[in-house]
Each structure stands twice: as C-alpha cells, then as structure tokens.
Design a protein around this ligand. Sequence first.
Ligand code: URA
Length: 213
Amino acid sequence: MSVATEKLVVVDHPLVQHKLGMLRDDSTPTHLFRQLVDEVTLLLTYEATKDFATEEIEIETPLERTTVQRISGKKVAVCPILRAGLGMLDGVLSLISGARVGFIGLYRNEETLQPVEYYVKLPADVAARDVILLDPMLATGNSTAAAVSTVKSAGATSVRLIAIIAAPEGIERLHSEHPDVPVVVAAVDRGLNEKGYIVPGLGDAGDRLFGTK
Ligand code: URA
C-alpha cells in the first residue's frame, strides 16, 4: 500500500506504519531501534524497486519447462549517507545481495545546516548502476541533494532515495535541484524545528541507531 505523487511514494502499509510508530517512540531502546530501521528499510526497498525491469527466461522446474521473470536492468549500487544511512544498509542488502556498496560521508554544519563532504568511496562502475541512496531523515534536503550531485558527478544517471521520514522542505529542496530522483519514505512529517530536526520525527537517527546519546 502506498500514496504516490510523481516522484514521492509514502508507504502506508500497516507493517511499515506500526514499526515507524515504534521508531518514533522515545522509549524504544537502541537494539530495537536498529532492528526496526533494518525492517522498515527492507519494506521500503520492496516499494523502491518496483519499477525494475524484468525479462522472461525459460527454466526447467523439477516437472517441466516454464517461463519465469528475471530482473534484467542495471545492477545496483546502494550508497548510505554516513553515518545514519549505515543503519539502513543491511535492509537493502537482504533483498539485493549482489549490490555493490558505496559510501558518502557528509556531516551537517550545525550553524549553517549546510553539508560538508568528508569521505566518498563509490563502486568504480557506479555510472552503469541503479543507485539507491540511503538517508533515514530527509530534513533540509541539503545533504541529500549534495549526495545526489556526488553520484551524478561520478556518472550515475539513475538515482533514487530511500528515507524513513521526510520533511516537506527536504522533498522540495531535493526535487528543486534533482527533479528526476524518486523518493520512497514511510512518512512525510509536519516540518523542521529551529534546529533543523524533523517534527514530530524520531530525533537524531544516528544517535538512536548507534547509542551515542
Ligand atoms: N537528522 C536526524 O537524524 N534527525 C532529524 O530530525 C533531522 C536530521
């Protein structure tokens, strides 16, 4: 189940929404938060990949010859934006085990809210792959837009984003610079507070994933 506009899909499946509610809950402990991020990401990945091209091939079942579907498009590069995107990586890899993994290290200058790139390591053939960017919180959109620019500069022409929660400002910012990038999320929240946090949100996703607060 999902609610879609042209480049935004909000997955309102009961399992996703139930787990999102637990992620938002301040009393959810770190180990459970991590597991829930993994599970929600897996479910969002199912939605985010539904346009992958398939082709028909012939195989032998134990009983007879038949036609089956096989994914036929580009191979995948999954790129978590460090550090919180790391918590989403296994959720994608559990469905797309052959994906290559790239890393984009960005932190947010807390005064300007602008992204600062400190580490980039992408698969050498990223230009030939469908890129799935991972960032649990699409807040101002500045760091995600910068990450999209980074993979496009490396030659990628097919880029999509999986996030858990987005702010309307972040979606607008991302799509003003990169209107071609589909976004799949579990929720679009009210907006950003004065510190750039999504409200009601779930807090600092990195801190909650890694227990650093
Ligand atoms: N990053 C987070 O982890 N949480 C927010 O609410 C915004 C940005």
